[in-house]
Design a protein around this ligand. Structure first.
Ligand code: FBP
Length: 304
C-alpha cells in the first residue's frame, strides 16, 4: 500500500478497522488500485429513471449479470446498485468486485417537488451479500431533507458498527431550489460539506456549474474572489468544502454524451483535485467494448 492510500485512510482515523479495511478494499481494487483514485460503476438508474430510459439503448443492460461483468472487465474500484441487482449475482461474482449496496432509492413515476427516497435495503443485507459499503441518497433542498438526514444518522451508526463505510449521493433538489440551483457551485459545495458532517466516507456530487444560487453566498464568492469560471476551479472549491480535501469526493457522469465531452470533463475533475468518478449511463448505455474503452480512458486520466 503506497503512502497516498495510507494518507487517505488517516483522514478517517475516527473509524474502526472494519471501516478502514473496506475503504482500503475499494482503493486497492481494479485499474486504479493504489492511486487513491476511484472509478465506480453505478447502476440504480433502472429504479430511479425506469428500465426503458436506462437500458433500451443497450439491451444487454436489462440483465443484472451484465453490470457485474462490465465493472469487472473494465477494472472499476467498485460496483454500486440497489438490492435486487446486487443480490441476484453477488454469489456468482463473489470476490471479483467490491459492491456498494444502495440502501435507499426513489422512482420517478410519482414526480415529487420535495422528493424523499424510500429505504429499500438494510445494513444486514449489505453484510449478507458481502458488500464493502452502503450507499444512500440525500436531497438537500427538499422539504423532507431532515428526515433523510435523521434516517442516515441511524444507518451510518449501524453500518459503522459492523465495519461498513457509507457512500453518500448528495443531490440538491426540491422546492427550496431553482432547477439551475441544483448544480450551482455554492449549493454543490454546501451539499458536499453537509455530507462530510453527516459522516459520509465517500461523497458523490454532480459536477457544479458556474452559477451561484444564494444571494448571500454570491457576495462572499465576490468578496474573496473565489474563482468559479472553469470546471476545475469549481471542483477545487467543492473538494475544499469537504473538510479541506480530507474526504473522498467523486463526481457523477450524467446523461450519455460524446466520448470527448466525457473525457474533457474528467480531465478538469482530475485537475481540480477530484478523487474520481462514478459513471453509469455513459458506460452501460454504450456497447460493451466501447464502455470498457471509455472507462479505461477515464482511469488513464486519473492515473496521469
Ligand atoms: P450517471 O453517471 O448515469 O449520471 O449515474 C450517476 C447517478 O448518481 C446514478 O447513481 C443515479 O441513478 C443517477 O445519477 C441519478 O441522476 P438524477 O437523480 O439526476 O436523475
Amino acid at each position: 500500500m503506497n503512502e497516498r492510500v495510507k494518507q487517505i485512510l488517516s483522514w478517517y482515523r475516527a473509524d474502526n478497522p472494519g471501516v478502514l479495511n473496506n475503504l482500503a478494499r475499494m482503493m486497492m481494487h481494479g485499474q486504479l488500485a493504489n492511486t487513491g483514485k476511484f472509478v465506480i460503476l453505478p447502476v440504480d438508474q433502472g429504479f430511479e429513471h425506469g428500465p426503458t430510459r436506462s437500458f433500451a439503448a443497450n439491451q444487454a443492460g436489462y440483465d443484472p449479470s451484465y453490470h457485474f461483468k462490465l465493472a469487472i472487465a473494465s477494472g472499476c474500484n467498485a460496483y454500486a446498485a440497489p438490492l435486487g441487482f446486487l443480490e441476484s449475482y453477488a454469489a456468482e461474482f463473489a470476490g471479483q468486485i467490491p459492491l456498494i449496496l444502495k440502501v435507499n432509492n426513489s422512482d420517478s413515476i410519482a414526480k415529487s417537488t420535495d422528493p424523499c427516497p424510500a429505504i429499500t435495503a438494510s445494513v444486514k443485507d449489505a453484510l449478507r451479500i458481502g458488500a464493502c459499503a452502503i450507499g444512500y441518497t440525500i436531497y438537500p433542498g427538499s422539504a423532507q431533507r431532515n428526515s433523510m438526514y435523521q434516517d442516515l444518522r441511524a444507518l451510518i451508526e449501524e453500518a459503522r458498527g459492523v465495519g461498513l463505510p457509507t457512500v453518500l449521493w448528495a443531490y440538491p433538489r426540491g422546492s427550496a431550489l431553482s432547477k439551475q440551483g441544483e448544480t450551482a457551485i455554492d449549493v454543490v459545495a454546501y451539499a458536499a460539506h453537509i455530507s462530510a458532517q453527516l459522516g459520509a466516507h465517500l461523497i458523490k456530487v454532480k459536477p457544479p456549474q458556474d452559477y451561484i444560487e444564494s444571494v448571500e453566498a454570491k457576495k462572499v464568492f465576490e468578496k474573496y474572489q473565489i474563482p468559479t469560471q472553469t470546471l476545475s476551479d469549481r471542483i477545487k472549491h467543492v473538494v475544499q468544502s469537504a473538510f479541506s480535501g480530507q474526504r473522498i469526493v467523486i463526481f457523477s457522469g450524467g446523461e450519455t454524451k460524446a466520448t470527448e465531452d466525457v473525457l474533457n470533463e474528467i480531465r478538469q475533475i482530475h485537475q481540480g483535485g477530484g478523487f474520481g468518478s462514478i459513471v453509469g449511463r455513459n458506460a452501460f448505455q454504450r456497447p460493451q467494448d466501447q464502455a470498457i474503452e471509455l472507462l479505461q480512458s477515464i482511469m488513464h486520466i486519473y492515473r496521469e
